[in-house]
Ligand binder design. Structure first.
Ligand code: GTP
Length: 598
């Protein structure tokens, strides 16, 4: 395709503002799919994505659109992940485009992720086409939102399209604006091949499929290519695009977006942001902006039933086939037995993986306290270590200094919730950096230790703002912290899965809260159970669970035998979900619930 007829764009939006619905409409309007083929949402192709309404993996679709000027254009729509945990993938998707549709919900207005994404888009010199979506809603205030886009973001929204992706209003106008406003890509067909690796995923039939944006040159079947950052070479066996069904093509030329396959077995061999070039006639330099993503949040995953360990290993390995950003290695815990220490890009990423393991692979899991990566400088010139697991924390006498990762967070919320949000951030050791008001909403910037955010910050933020606050963050590096390891002892035995690294100043209240919650979460036993929180052998909080006699069938008065059996089965079921600590049984839910701070 001629460069002048190509338009590459992505859709940027806050979660739930209608990105996927709009993408589906654009596909339908341009005939990519018949109405019958339109399942509820084509682009979000994993069950969990559908259920949570989150786009995890970027996907792209090619649309042929015949515009009012009578010419047919190749539109490449790139879907970007909607969540902060996948920020780097978003940035590569944006780098592959010349423009973006900015979708804003006509009832909700501009939100934190709208802002974060739009600023990134502006950094990539995108032409931005504002779309005010959901105008069919009774609560829609498109004029107010138009003004908000102008005041808050500083974009000209005078030609913003008023649309409803759901009702199919404004779709044609959006397509026209894409053609008219977004510039065509630039590129040189005669230069050596240079293409960006935008995304990759594992397909059971095709192997690893790689999504690329060709910058210069062309890429064809049978060509020997080289990944410039990874240093590996591969033979291309397929070139094509998605409409969204896969269509093979003779080549992808400059400016085009499409996919290749090259008999690659694992996505881990393909790094997002890498530059693909011709092995025989390589480009002089790789594309700028390559970054290797590193997991930032770690936790242990253990099967509730020790016999499921092999099944867990297989399931984790399968998931990893399709997600190179997630890491795992075997771990043993005195209390939980064999399991895996896993690394994630963020909390949401952790939840997604955990949920897939539970749901798709039918595993009962215990998740230990999520932990960030600490940098420890050992005393007596002992060197440095990266601490992924609180259980591995060296004795305090061996530690010269501990550093923890910090983030800069931007929170966007209606005015009335600001007070409680500031308090939350303050309680989490936050340092306020800025506060501005626009159109009755506050935008507050905080620096926060990531370790204070990984447990339940999102949940708390949502609950104190009744769901109205939105949040976005990025890492800003390591800082020294006065951190200690807090152990939890149940019946005088340390439960390693519950030990965590905390700031000394908050250790006591954290410890007290934890003991109080565990007291309610652990059922009574025939003997009394002390629960203690301790730092280096010194107990800082204590609760006691009173003893109790427990005979579940006693209430049945020897009556209905099937009822009695049911109760016994239920008790057995309850047993299965418990972990034994010495003589104490701790229910699975307790591990996660205990970590939520009051
Ligand atoms: P993420 O994938 O989580 O980023 O969300 P998204 O931005 O892709 O939003 P999605 O398309 O999944 O839409 C979110 C919800 O809004 C869904 O329940 C849609 O049915 C609904 N929705 C989308 N567009 C419209 C619209 O124009 N009008 C109305 N009333 N609802 C809409």
């Amino acid at each position: 395709t001629e460069l002048s007829k190509i338009r590459n764009f992505s859709i940027i939006a806050h979660i739930d503002h209608g990105k996927s619905t709009l993408a589906d409409r654009l596909i339908q309007e341009t005939g990519g799919l018949t109405a019958r083929e339109m399942t509820s949402q084509v682009l979000d192709n994993m069950d969990i994505e559908k259920e949570r309404g989150i786009t995890i993996k970027a996907q792209t679709v090619r649309l042929d659109y015949t515009a009012d000027d009578g010419l047919t254009y190749e539109l490449n729509l790139m879907d970007t992940p909607g969540h902060v945990d996948f920020a780097y993938e978003v940035s590569r998707s944006l780098a592959a485009c010349e423009g973006a549709l900015l979708v804003v919900d006509a009832a909700q207005g501009v939100e934190a992720q709208t802002l974060a994404n739009v600023y990134q888009s502006i950094e990539h010199d995108h032409e931005i086409v504002p779309v005010i979506n959901k105008i069919d809603l009774p609560a829609a205030e498109p004029e107010r939102v138009r003004k908000e886009i102008e005041d808050v973001i500083g974009l000209d929204a005078s030609e913003a399209v008023f649309a409803s992706a759901k009702a199919g209003i404004g779709i044609k106008e959006i397509l026209e604006q894409i053609v008219k406003k977004i510039p065509p890509p630039k590129g040189d067909r005669d230069a050596p091949l240079k293409a960006m690796l935008v995304d990759s995923w594992y397909d059971p039939y095709l192997g690893v499929v790689i999504l690329i944006r060709v910058i210069d040159g062309a890429i064809k079947k049978g060509q020997q290519i080289k990944f410039m950052q990874a240093g590996t070479t591969h033979l291309i066996d397929r070139v094509g695009c998605m409409r969204p069904k896969i269509e093979q093509l003779p080549e992808l030329g400059p400016g085009e977006i499409g996919f290749i396959t090259a008999q690659i077995k694992e996505v881990a061999q393909t790094r997002v942001g890498d530059t693909i070039t011709d092995a025989k006639r390589p480009a002089a330099e790789p594309l700028p902006g390559f970054k290797e993503v590193q997991p930032v949040v770690f936790c242990g995953l253990f099967p509730t039933d020790a016999n499921d360990f092999e099944k867990l290993r297989e399931s984790i390995s399968k998931l990893r086939l399709n997600d190179a950003s997630f890491s795992f290695e075997m771990e043993t815990s005195a209390a939980l037995g064999f399991g895996f220490r896993c690394g994630f890009l963020g909390l949401l990423h952790l939840e997604i993986i955990q949920e897939r393991l539970t749901r798709e692979y039918d595993l009962d899991l215990i998740t230990t306290a999520p932990s960030v990566v600490y940098q420890i400088q050992l005393a007596h010139n002992g060197g440095e270590m990266a601490l992924h697991n609180p259980a591995d924390m060296p004795d305090p006498s061996r530690i010269a200094m501990i550093e923890e990762p910090w983030i800069e967070a931007v929170i966007y919320c209606p005015d009335e919730y600001l007070g409680s949000i500031l308090k939350l951030c303050q309680d989490r050791r936050g340092i306020q950096k800025g506060l501005t008001y626009v159109a009755g909403r506050a935008q507050v910037t905080y620096e926060l230790p990531l370790n204070e955010v990984v447990f339940d910050f999102y949940d708390r933020l949502k609950s104190i703002s009744r769901g109205y606050a939105s949040f976005d963050y990025h890492q800003i590096g390591y800082r020294e912290g006065d951190l200690v390891k807090m152990s939890i002892m149940v019946n005088s035995e340390a439960v390693d899965a519950l030990s965590m690294i905390v700031h000394r100043g908050t250790a006591e209240s954290r410890g007290r809260g934890m003991c109080e919650r565990l007291k309610d979460l652990i059922p009574r036993h025939l003997f009394k159970i002390p629960i203690q929180a301790a730092i280096g052998g010194k107990v800082i909080a204590r609760e006691t669970i009173a003893a109790m006699r427990k005979d579940v069938t006693a209430k049945c008065y020897g009556g209905d035998i099937s009822r009695k059996k049911k109760l016994l089965d239920k008790q057995k079921e309850g047993k299965k979900r418990m972990r034994e600590y010495g003589s104490v049984s701790i229910p699975q839910e307790a591990f996660i619930a205990a970590l939520r701070m009051g």
